[in-house]
Structure formats: C-alpha cells, structure tokens
Design a protein around this ligand. Structure first.
Ligand code: ATP
Ligand code: MG
Length: 151
C-alpha cells in the first residue's frame, strides 16, 4: 500500500468520469454535504474499489442510476454506493465478499469471476476500514464503506 493524502471526492469523480467513457449511459450522482479533509490512503487501490462497485452496478443493475454519498464524521469517512437494481438475497449478503462467490442463478449471462468484491474487501481492510452491503430484493443494493482518517 502506498499511503498518501487523498481527496476522496476528487478520486470518486475521477473514477466516475473514467467509467462513463465506457458506459456513457450510466447515470451517477455524487453527494457531499460538507467540506472533506484528505484521508491517508492508497489512491490507486481505492480507485480500484470504486471501479469494482460501479462496474458491478453497470452489470447487475443495468439502467439503474447510481448515487454515491460521502459523509465525513469524527473517525473517518463513510461512502454509500446505491443502485436500484434487483438486490441481493439476504443469505448471500456476506458471501458476496468471499473469493470466487457469485450469486447463483440470478444473471447467468453476466460474466464475472467473483473476485471483485473480495478484492474490495482486502483493500478496505488494508486501510483498517469496513465494507458491507445492505439490500432489499427488488429495490436495490447499497454498498457501504467506512474509512478511518488514518489507517
Ligand atoms: P468480477 O468482479 O470478478 O468480474 P463478479 O462481478 O461476479 O466478478 P463480484 O464483483 O465479487 O464478482 O460480485 C459478486 C457477486 O455479487 C456478483 O456475481 C453478483 O451476483 C453480486 N453483486 C455484486 N454487485 C451487485 C449489485 N450491485 N447488485 C446485485 N448483485 C450484485
Ligand atoms: Mg464484479
């Protein structure tokens, strides 16, 4: 890990811009209500996390807008990536972070290796942060990330 001061809002915007080159149809809104101090993090690794989450939204929630909310607090920064896709059944809510796990039978035609979220979890844990999913079947999925100001 190559830790350095990172402006999370600019990093998120960079990743969104990059993903929209490939998926110009993707609607993304970024909400940040307070000024954000830099966090100490590895910008390349975090960009990989955001890219995985956005490319999952493109794959599994096609046509859905994605909203990204960034909320700082005393201990760190909370990011929420929300889509309005099909959601994830409760029994798989934690398994999706395991290596090679893909939700069975849901979108058999969507390609993937089941590694994206596993890699996200490794990267977030290397920052001493947390990543988890919240979902309502048929309503959508929210991926939450919490990153401390300093790892
Ligand atoms: P890879 O990312 O390695 O190309 P993948 O997308 O299948 O493959 P993960 O990113 O780890 O792997 O996601 C694991 C599984 O979680 C997916 O196969 C899919 O079933 C489910 N999933 C991930 N993101 C979403 C989402 N936004 N909505 C619904 N299901 C999702
Ligand atoms: Mg993926």
């Amino acid at each position: 890990m190559n830790f350095q001061p990172v402006r999370l809002d600019s990093l998120v915007s960079d990743v969104v811009a990059r993903i929209r080159l490939r998926h110009p149809e993707l609607e993304v809104s970024v909400q940040l209500d307070e000024p954000l101090s830099p966090i100490l993090a590895d910008p390349q690794r975090l960009a990989q996390v955001f890219e995985n989450l956005l490319s999952n939204a493109v794959k599994y929630a096609p046509g859905s807008p994605v909203s990204i909310k960034i909320t700082p607090d005393a201990g760190g920064v909370h990011l929420a990536f929300a889509d309005r896709g099909p959601g994830i059944p409760e029994k798989y809510r934690q398994k999706i972070f395991e290596r090679f796990f893909r939700v069975p039978d849901i979108q058999p035609s969507v390609h993937g290796t089941g590694l994206g979220l596993y890699i996200c979890k490794q990267i977030i844990q290397a920052h001493y942060g947390q990543i988890w999913a919240e979902s309502q079947l048929g309503q959508g999925t929210v991926f939450h990330i919490y990153l401390p100001w300093k790892p």
